[in-house]
Design a protein around this ligand. Structure first.
Ligand code: NDP
Ligand code: 8X3
Length: 247
């Protein structure tokens, strides 16, 4: 049985990815801060889930959780770097520096530390890494500022990893989703359910299951194939034009 580690498994894309992988016969180390939600996954999927509760920004806690993996889960075939968040929707000049730091610490620094720790195991297994970035890393939009910057980092880091891992048999893939209805906007707006509902209302956004199915497809490809980057949006979302300020 193959083993995956999925970060951000307590909600949205991560939770759906755990279910999709298990449905396809994988076993999964599911990580996140909210222990009760990981326990629920464990209740739902039984032995196929190993819950690992830690804040991805806490490098010591992350390392301890990885080092304490039961033997059955210790050989890792797939790392899905999914945990992440946006905080704030306002312009850079009104942003809170603490929120910027939280995004960098979570979306960039924590992803690097976990990837670094797991690379030897992934190389041993000729495994795969799937990183969840965002269309925000490619197309700037007002209020995207540091969130967009962190996702651009993940995009280029994934491609650079692919280059470095050349010859090891380890695959590295980037998925750039557009709008997916999850708890993402609730988190971004500090718990404003009205703002979250308004964003998705009438847009037929993607679902977490849509992205999970994409992760599963990439993970299940024959070992001689590597999806380098994959951008996916709902039909209702597209590109905006340039801005012109007239004075
Ligand atoms: P959710 O808010 O539903 O899920 C985010 C997950 O990240 C949660 O499981 C949360 O777990 C985890 N997480 C956040 N911070 C930490 C932390 N410090 N330590 C551990 N886990 C953490 O959002 P999505 O499912 O939408 O987001 C998943 C990924 O997809 C993110 O990287 C996001 O940027 C990306 N994405 C989302 C899009 C969207 O429109 N929804 C579009 C493009 C990309 P917990 O709080 O329990 O710790
Ligand atoms: C967030 C994607 O489309 O909501 O990563 O800006 S979008």
């Amino acid at each position: 049985m193959k083993t995956a580690i999925v970060t951000g498994a307590t909600s949205g894309i991560g939770a759906a990815t755990v279910a999709a992988l298990i449905g396809a016969g994988w076993q999964v180390v599911a990580t996140g801060r909210r222990a009760e939600r990981l326990e629920r996954l464990r209740d739902e999927h039984g032995e196929a889930v190993h819950p690992a509760v830690f804040d991805v920004r806490d490098e010591a806690a992350m390392a301890a959780a990885i080092d304490a993996l039961p033997d059955r889960f210790a050989a890792v075939d797939l790392l899905v770097n999914n945990a992440g968040l946006a905080l704030g929707t306002g312009p850079a000049q009104k942003a809170d520096l603490t929120q910027w730091r939280t995004m960098v610490d979570t979306n960039v620094t924590a992803l690097l530390a976990l990837t670094h720790r797991l690379l030897p195991r992934l190389i041993e297994r000729r495994g795969a890494i799937i990183n969840i970035a965002s269309v925000a890393g490619s197309y700037p939009y007002p209020g995207g500022n540091v969130y967009a910057g962190t996702k651009a980092f993940v995009q280029q880091f994934t491609l650079a990893l692919r280059s470095d891992l050349h010859g090891t048999g380890v695959r590295a893939s980037l998925i750039d989703p557009g709008m997916v209805e999850t708890e993402f906007t609730l988190v971004r707006t500090g718990g404003d359910q009205g703002a979250s509902d308004a964003l998705y209302q009438g847009a037929t956004p993607m679902t977490a299951e849509d992205i999970a199915a994409t992760v599963l497809w990439i993970a299940g490809l024959p070992p001689h194939l590597n999806v380098n980057r994959l951008e996916i949006m709902p039909v209702s979302q597209s590109f905006a034009g340039f801005q012109v300020a007239r004075g």
